[in-house]
Design a binder for this molecule. Structure first.
Ligand SMILES: C[S@@+](CC[C@H](N)C(=O)[O-])C[C@H]1O[C@@H](n2cnc3c(N)ncnc32)[C@H](O)[C@@H]1O
Length: 309
């Protein structure tokens, strides 16, 4: 089923033996137990187009046990997912971002896709719902990988794989993908130009990069550089303005094909729930949601489609 080149096929096949690869983390043993004890659902329907829903038959004992196991994997950041009658109401209503991506009329059918910083694979599954041929998710956070493995136990697709690595840890730069996604990742990079260069180096000729990121008004110059944290997040290094993004994209040998309008993140889209019971957006905001607790502009996000110059 995999239609990538030898480097990718070898890497993905190696993860079939152990999906955590070389990663060392003391939680992995317990996660493997959870995954191997998941019940089999007699699946009757999987819908990845209108949301992420798995329907099938299982008995009430299995339901209770599975819900307890899924709860052990808190926090669920991206979602929602409906697994039989268990509704995983994640922190993010990720369907809202997905709709903003789809508004840019990106053709996903038949495409090989690399999703860099994929989280638990929510968007990767939605890409399959739109007819993508094959999706490789790159995600170094192994708690997200664990959620992905649990989800794919029920969804059961062999057209999506997750690799527990950062993009800079992939040693081969083969131009294998029609589309490369980087959503919510750029502002977490200490070197955003090198991130864009890496995304481009995995792109086939004529391919497109879908970049989703935070944006600030042009009055901040090229980029806002938070002094300490941004909305309580300590790992935000640069938030570019439109001008700054254009410069960065150009320096990386790319050009903008399309750009959506910027949209403020509101508590309807990101909030604490039973499945993510910790601090969320509102805890990082003040002044009627207009400013962050650090006095900076509150999060505004934009989606761009890029291609090589
Ligand atoms: C804010 S989350 C965004 C998740 C998802 N793409 C979305 O838009 O909702 C950023 C994710 O990118 C991952 N990440 C950060 N830097 C990365 C890198 N250099 N390569 C691959 N993944 C990275 C993080 O582990 C995290 O899960």
């Amino acid at each position: 089923m995999i239609r990538l080149n030898e480097h990718w096929t070898t890497l993905l096949n190696s993860l079939d033996l152990d999906p955590y690869g070389q990663v060392k983390d003391k939680r992995i043993e317990n996660w493997k137990k959870i995954i191997s004890n998941l019940p089999l659902i007699n699946t009757t329907k999987v819908d990845l187009l209108n949301g992420i829903t798995v329907q099938g038959k299982w008995d009430s004992k299995d339901k209770q046990r599975t819900e307890e196991d899924l709860m052990q994997l808190v926090p669920w950041r991206k979602g929602p997912f409906m697994i039989q009658d268990i509704f995983i109401d994640a922190e993010w209503q990720s369907n809202m971002k997905w709709e903003r991506v789809l508004d840019l009329n990106i053709e996903l059918k038949g495409k090989n896709i690399l999703d860099v910083g994929s989280g638990n694979g929510y968007y990767g599954f939605r890409m399959l719902g739109k007819g993508a041929e094959f999706v490789v998710c790159l995600e170094p956070n192994v708690s997200h990988l664990t959620q992905f493995l649990v989800l794919n136990h029920f969804i059961n697709s062999d057209r999506i794989k997750m690799v527990p690595r950062r993009i800079e840890e992939i040693s081969f730069l083969d131009k294998c993908f029609d589309l490369v996604f980087s959503m919510g990742v750029l502002y977490h990079q200490r070197n955003p130009e090198s991130h864009l260069n890496l995304l481009a180096s995995h792109l086939k000729e004529g391919g497109q990069i879908i970049l989703e990121t935070l944006i600030v008004p042009d009055e901040y110059g090229q980029a806002l550089i938070p002094k300490s944290s941004y909305a309580n997040m300590s790992n935000v290094w640069f938030i570019h303005s439109r001008k700054g993004l254009e410069g960065l994209i150009n320096k990386s040998g790319l050009k903008i094909l399309k750009m959506g309008s910027s949209v403020k993140t509101m508590p309807e889209e990101q909030r604490a729930t039973k499945w993510m019971p910790f601090r969320s957006l509102v805890d990082g905001l003040s002044q009627g949601l207009d400013r962050t607790v650090e006095g900076l502009p509150s999060p505004d996000r934009v989606v761009l489609v890029l291609t090589k110059l």
